[in-house]
Design a protein around this ligand. Structure first.
Ligand code: ASP
Length: 320
């Protein structure tokens, strides 16, 4: 497959530095897989992102449990890990598992053991800052009755390379204050991510329990395969799932997605007000977008300097 376009797109602002690095790699004819792994790893390693990798927020027992997945949309190979502790870069373990014929989705102790046997780095993933967040939330939950479950942001990154290969990866510490052993959509194929190089890829963030009810990423790729643009596929899938959940389940949690097709065109959709995403393609400069939902359409505009400054101040602010 030869393709003149390349592109990389990610959920949230936090992936911006990673995706610009990934974009440089794609322009240099590196693979979509390498670009995704590099970009996700950057987010995992940055201590101030409190929902992914090092610095991720812990479960209700104060332990950081991580989920990650990787899919190669050309070979359809996929690998995933869930509920793992002390693994420095879960995305790299997921990618290695995608190259295994069997046992490609592993959880808990078995996954950790395998990862360390394979030589992946072991690291205490709970930072002092994450611990402070935890203590603060325990206090708030106890005294003010706040929902322990607010607060999440999975990184999902999809890339298209010059050979026409599309890959996708996710990494998350899941919902803050989740029950030990709880697993969301991020490592689940078709829900947190999906890629098919003949069509495109999608990845999701939000309330895993609800994203999984609609196999949202697979559904977006399927709709793109039926001829929808990425934006149409993203908007219609989020709207349809939200409507169905409200009608039949009584409520819908946060649902946010990004996607890219094999021509390097992209889309994003959300049912919340605070969703941002990062993108760079051969046709589009590196941009952080902030989304706004208008009726059944998601509109986005580049993040203003004010927005970016407020973001940086928020993620580094002292915890009181
Ligand atoms: N979807 C993730 C989960 O439910 C959370 C997130 O996107 O932030 O685990």
């Amino acid at each position: 497959m030869d393709n003149k376009n390349w592109g990389i797109i990610a959920t949230w602002r936090m992936a911006f530095d990673g995706i610009t690095e990934g974009a440089t790699m794609l322009q240099d004819n590196k693979s979509a897989t390498d670009a995704v792994l590099t970009a996700v790893t950057r987010v995992e390693d940055y201590p101030y992102y409190k929902s992914v990798g090092y610095g991720g927020l812990p479960n209700e027992k104060g332990v950081v449990e991580l989920d990650a997945a990787f899919m190669d949309g050309t070979t359809m190979a996929l690998g995933a890990i869930a509920s793992v502790k002390d693994v420095a870069n879960p995305i790299l373990v997921a990618e290695k598992l995608s190259r295994e014929r069997f046992n490609s989705f592993m959880v808990g102790e078995g996954a950790e053991q395998w990862a360390f046997e394979q030589g992946f780095e072991k690291k205490e993933m709970l930072t002092e800052r994450a611990q402070q967040h935890y203590i603060k939330r325990c206090r708030e939950t106890l005294y003010r009755g706040l929902s322990p479950y607010t607060g999440h942001d999975t990184v999902g990154i999809a890339a298209l390379d010059l050979d026409g290969n599309i890959s996708v990866g996710t990494s998350t510490s899941g919902l803050f204050m989740k029950r030990p052993g709880r697993v969301g959509d991020s490592p689940v194929s078709g829900s947190g991510y999906y890629a098919d190089s003949d069509i495109g890829a999608a990845t999701a963030t939000g309330l895993g329990e609800d994203l999984m009810k609609g196999c949202i990423s697979y559904e977006i790729v399927r709709r793109m395969g039926e001829g929808m643009t990425p934006q149409q596929a993203a908007d219609s899938t989020v709207n349809d799932l939200e409507k169905k959940l409200i009608a039949r389940y009584g409520r819908a949690g946060d649902l946010s997605v990004v996607c890219i097709n094999k021509d390097g065109d992209f889309g994003a959709a959300t049912n919340i007000d605070s969703f941002s995403f990062s993108v760079e393609t051969s046709k589009h400069p590196a941009t952080i977008y902030v989304c706004e939902r208008k009726g059944s359409e998601t509109h986005y505009s580049p993040a203003t300097q004010e927005w970016l400054d407020a973001y940086q101040a928020r993620i580094t602010a002292p915890i009181e």
